[in-house]
Design a protein around this ligand. Structure first.
Ligand SMILES: Cc1cc2nc3c(=O)[nH]c(=O)nc-3n(C[C@H](O)[C@H](O)[C@H](O)COP(=O)(O)OP(=O)(O)OC[C@H]3O[C@@H](n4cnc5c(N)ncnc54)[C@H](O)[C@@H]3O)c2cc1C
Length: 252
């Protein structure tokens, strides 16, 4: 079973984001980048599939040379091969076209992706890749079992679980709960440092025009300062708290 995992490098969610000059993208200066957390579930699942069924795990990212750090993290966890698609992407469609282009060459049995990237939160890349390749797709998956020619997946739906069957090749997007991602071992980290990363170029004739363009980004408005009640005993503080919740916050 040859599995390709789509991995995106995203800003650590604890990072304080600044907007770059031009107003349509973030300032990457000083930002700590990590593997998209949902992609960690996808990487772990791919490694477990290899351990159970044999085959190999290839991790793939679209991005510049810095994005290779995310590939090395995945290699250190246990992926076998890594591919960076060198392309200028601007939206989910251009990203998906670059990925579909590389996948035609890699011809995997299964593609695993995160259900969404925690920076842009579009949740579109996995489904778009499946649509471009005309493959079945199952999204928001919390349990996955492969059965030779296909598989069975459980997906979270409002108030319950949906069980679906699919044939291979297919695209599956991972939800939290699918597994518990392993930590990279020290030998794994050392091995990953030396591993060659294959490059595939996808120029504008592959990625085409973006379907949507980001016009501007804005930070949330600043929160008003909190209030600390001091200098009163507990009953008086409770009474004042109720008054504030009622009259100022209008919550009760
Ligand atoms: C000015 C500008 C600059 C941009 N520069 C970049 C850039 O440098 N790098 C970049 O990736 N995007 C860049 N983008 C595009 C954009 O950030 C997203 O890649 C695109 O909108 C996809 O949406 P998403 O990240 O929310 O993906 P989602 O659809 O939420 O992602 C779902 C899953 O798809 C997979 N996936 C998503 N993106 C990638 C990827 N790049 N490689 C491999 N797998 C992926 C992951 O498994 C992820 O969990 C840029 C956009 C603009 C407007």
């Amino acid at each position: 079973m040859n599995v390709v995992v789509l991995v995106k490098q995203v800003p650590d969610t604890a990072t304080r984001i600044k907007i770059a000059a031009g107003g349509a993208e973030i300032d990457r200066q000083g930002v700590n980048f990590v593997v998209n957390p949902y992609d960690e579930f996808a990487i772990e699942e791919a490694i477990r599939i290899k351990e159970q069924h044999g085959g190999q795990v290839t991790v793939l990212t679209v991005g510049d040379a810095k994005a290779e750090e995310a590939l090395r993290t995945a290699l250190a966890m246990g992926a076998d091969e890594a591919v960076r698609v060198d392309a200028q992407v601007q939206d989910p469609m251009t990203t998906a076209r670059a990925i579909a282009f590389a996948l035609r060459d890699l011809s995997p049995d299964l593609v695993l992706a995160g259900k969404q990237a925690v920076d842009d939160d579009q949740g579109q890349v996995g489904p778009l890749v499946a649509a471009l390749l005309d493959w079945p797709q199952v999204t928001v998956v919390t349990k996955l079992e492969l059965t030779g020619e296909g598989g069975v997946a459980e997906r979270e739906v409002e108030g319950g679980i949906e069980v679906v069957e699919f044939s291979l090749p297919a695209v599956i997007t991972a939800q939290k709960g699918l597994n518990e991602p392993r930590y990279a071992s020290l030998p794994g980290i050392m091995k990953a440092k030396r591993k060659e990363i294959r490059q595939i170029s996808a120029d504008a004739s592959v990625t085409g025009e973006p379907a949507v363009r980001t016009r501007s980004l804005a930070l949330p408005s600043a929160r008003s300062a909190g209030k600390i009640l001091t200098g009163m005993d507990a009953p008086a503080a409770a009474a004042e708290l109720v008054r504030l919740l009622h009259e100022e916050a209008k919550l009760i």
